[in-house]
Write a protein that binds this ligand. Structure first.
Ligand code: ADP
Ligand code: MG
Length: 469
């Protein structure tokens, strides 16, 4: 049955797409009208569902009639440390039936290791804390190379003896997309594996800040502090985001001291080295330097190739070597971009039924890299913000105190701070000759309003989309 389906499919799509997406499938079982097929990965399954579900339906209905069902079996890679590999069945009960034609909610989509949301129960001490770790971000999937050797091995040392090394805090710093978040999680995952009884918490500095602001508003700042003080291993991602936030820095300072004094491990990541962090209190900076600061550098060529191949392997996708080399040669400074280009390449080739060729790869890399690298300027931000509020840039910059104009101006300042490397003073001088304190105030106001005011949050989200697209 499956062979017949395959030849029908082969006749209907490009041969590269067929090779990529259908040859690796194994038919496993046929009972009544249900065919079970095994696919190499969850990614693979999602891809089939997204792009070939109609084709599969038609093929299957031809073979097994209108009540045909398809069951996917995903052969999972062992990505969870040393545990046994496992197979996950998706009971795809009423899939692929034109007559019934109802959309099926395939359970696996909800099973991916997504991070659960709020986890604080203020005032209760013996609460079980969800570690918020992503099990896919582990040491096994974090490939070693010259660029990350120090940081990686420091991370492993900390994971082996949390709180028991001189790497406390361990500060991992490096540019965008170089693996800070991945490594931070990996340390936590490894600790959870070795020391299941330890309370580990991963949190982004942004979320930490939101929680703190919330706690102040609800008058339970002390509960907030207590909550963090009972943690054994605290991982705070993107600590540079505390810059300019005095209240949050202050509370973090107290939490940090408490944990450190009690031999608890703190792991921090940042996109800057401590010396380059701005608007972070000196006493906090000096704490950051107590332990070890380890940098993640740009991966070298071999590491890039290894990362690409590893990703293809994990996703169960094949790609010719010359294309892999082309990608590795052309995307050098950001692993996230590299992964994005791979996905994009696979997508284009399958979607447009085209072979993966060097030409296609070139086109995608061009688009992709250009697209990402486009710097936003402060002028551009002012233009977008004033367009959004249907005013002109002069109005936005004017001295008026009309509320909606002030808000637009504050939003422009906020995004200038967020999306450019300009200093507060320079932002101020470019947006209507204000001083740095005004810009700082604007950023705080936007932060606050976007947590309290729904309409305002929508502005922030809309603008963020427009500016980062
Ligand atoms: P950052 O937090 O520094 O911006 P991330 O940790 O989000 O970067 O990494 C970006 C992407 O690159 C992630 O998908 C991550 O899994 C991948 N990545 C980074 N470093 C490695 C590595 N050494 N091996 C494999 N994948 C990596
Ligand atoms: Mg990150």
């Amino acid at each position: 049955v499956w062979n017949n389906c395959l030849s029908f499919i082969e006749d209907n799509i490009a041969s590269q797409a067929y090779k990529t997406w259908f040859e690796p499938i194994k038919a496993v079982k046929l009972t009544d009208n249900a065919l079970s097929i095994q696919v190499p990965s969850k990614f693979f399954y999602e891809w089939l569902e997204e792009h070939y579900v109609k084709l599969l339906k038609v093929a299957l209905n031809k073979e097994l009639g209108a009540t045909a069902k398809l069951v996917y079996i995903i052969k999972m890679e062992n990505t969870y440390g040393n545990k046994q590999p496992f197979t996950e069945k998706i009971p795809s009960s009423n899939r692929s039936n034109a007559q019934q034609s109802q959309e099926v909610d395939v359970p696996l989509k909800n099973k991916s290791p997504e991070l659960k949301n709020p986890f604080i129960i203020p005032g209760i001490r013996n609460v079980k804390i969800e570690s918020q770790l992503n099990p896919n971000y582990n040491f096994e999937s974090f490939l070693e190379g010259e660029s990350n050797r120090l940081a990686r091995s420091a991370g492993l040392a900390v994971a082996n003896k949390p709180g028991g090394t001189s790497f406390n805090p361990l500060l991992i710093f490096g540019g965008v997309g170089l693996g800070k978040t991945h490594l931070g999680h990996a340390i936590g995952v490894e600790i959870k594996d070795k020391y299941p009884e330890k309370t580990v918490l991963y949190i982004s500095a942004e979320k930490f800040t939101q929680q703190y602001i919330e706690s102040v508003k609800k008058n339970n700042r002390n509960d907030f502090i207590h909550f963090y003080q009972i943690i054994d291993v605290l991982i705070v991602d993107d600590i540079q985001l505390l810059s300019g936030k005095a209240g949050t820095q202050d509370v973090f300072f107290h939490i940090f001291n408490h944990l450190h004094q009690n031999g608890k491990q703190v792991i921090l990541t940042s996109d800057k080295a401590p010396v380059d962090m701005i608007d972070i209190e000196q006493r906090l900076l000096s704490r950051f330097k107590w332990g070890l600061s380890a940098e993640l550098n740009h991966p070298d060529y071999d590491t890039r190739v290894a990362i690409i191949k590893n990703k293809l392997y994990r996703d169960g996708v094949e790609m010719p070597d010359d294309i892999v080399e082309f990608l590795a040669n052309n995307i050098k400074t950001n692993i996230r971009e590299l992964e994005g280009a791979i996905i994009s390449l696979i997508a284009h080739s399958s979607f447009n039924k085209r072979e993966i060729t060097i030409e296609l790869a070139k086109k995608i890399v061009d688009n992709y890299v250009k697209h990402i690298k486009r710097e936003v300027s402060i002028d551009y931000i002012q233009k977008v913000v004033s367009d959004y509020f249907q005013m002109d840039v002069d109005t936005l910059q004017s001295k008026t105190r009309k509320r909606h104009i002030v808000q637009a101006r504050q939003l422009a300042m906020f995004f200038a701070k967020k999306l450019t490397k300009a200093s507060l003073a320079s932002i101020g001088s470019q947006i209507g000759q204000r001083d740095h304190a005004t810009v700082l105030h604007a950023c705080k106001t936007v932060d606050n309003l976007s947590t309290t005011d729904k309409q305002f949050r929508k502005y922030v989200e809309d603008l963020n989309k427009k500016l980062t697209l």
